[in-house]
Design a protein around this ligand. Structure first.
Ligand SMILES: Nc1nc2c(ncn2[C@@H]2O[C@H](COP(=O)(O)OP(=O)(O)O)[C@@H](O)[C@H]2O)c(=O)[nH]1
Ligand SMILES: [Mg+2]
Length: 219
């Protein structure tokens, strides 16, 4: 750094430096084509949209699915300098569609060719929701299971051995409380790891309650 630059640096206020830092942040390109794609699926009212909001922040666009009144939310986020597109879908109970919403969700899944399918479930009703997880796995998707509403599950005394579930299903299982954001960072990490390393044994073993930073909440 030259003498003049040094002088200039030292004269600039903290405010000016923060402004420059902020403008650089804003310049991070969100308009370019996303490199990776994640589709969020699950039954209605399990917290898909809240998980979507937690993952994407403000970089969201909304459009109607062609030929329907069903709204599709697409958001963007950076994880480790890769730009991810995250797509929120209408609720679906099964891969065999019964309603227009389900048809759209299924078509999105098939058309978008996601790198990861994030299946969000209500942990309290896990048993009812696992059939879709199995269908998604059988259909060949790279699935991550987000056990959402772990706060309510704990309240009713439900204990879920996420590590065991992860081993049985052979996919990452992440406990989440979308209302507080708990587990979201872990989810981001797994999304990235599944895409970059494949769903290998190492990833699965790291998903368990044991390593979840707030695991006590879920005991
Ligand atoms: N207690 C609790 N409520 C949640 C959680 N996640 C979502 N909700 C609530 O569940 C409702 C449905 O959430 P939403 O994101 O719209 O679900 P979606 O239909 O799957 O998109 C909302 O009232 C949320 O505030 C959670 O982790 N804990
Ligand atoms: Mg929703």
């Amino acid at each position: 750094m030259s003498k003049t630059e040094e002088k200039f640096q030292s004269r600039r206020s903290i405010g000016a430096r923060i402004a420059e830092w902020w403008s650089q942040l804003k310049r991070k390109p969100y308009e370019i084509e996303a490199q990776r794609k994640v589709v969020i699926v699950g039954s209605p009212n399990v917290g898909k949209s809240l998980v979507f909001n937690r993952l994407t922040g403000i970089y969201v666009t909304v459009s109607n699915y062609p030929g329907t009144t069903v709204e599709i939310f697409r958001g963007r986020t950076y994880i480790d300098n890769f730009l991810y597109e995250i797509i929120d879908t209408p609720g679906m109970y099964s891969l065999l569609p019964a309603s227009e919403e389900e048809r759209v969700a299924r078509r999105l899944l098939m058309d978008e060719r996601p790198d990861v399918v994030l299946h969000v479930v209500d942990a309290k009703n896990l048993e009812r929701m696992l059939p879709l997880t199995l269908q998604l796995i059988e259909a060949g998707f790279n699935v991550i299971l987000a056990l959402n509403m772990m706060d309510e599950a704990s309240e009713v005394g439900l204990k879920i051995d996420t590590e065991l579930l992860s081993k049985i299903l052979n996919i990452p299982v992440v406990p989440v409380i979308a209302t507080t954001g708990q587990g979201i960072e872990k989810l981001r990490r797994f999304i990235h790891d599944v895409i970059n390393k494949g769903s290998d044994n190492q990833i699965r073993c790291e998903t368990g309650e044991r390593n979840f930073s707030h695991s006590r909440t879920f005991e």
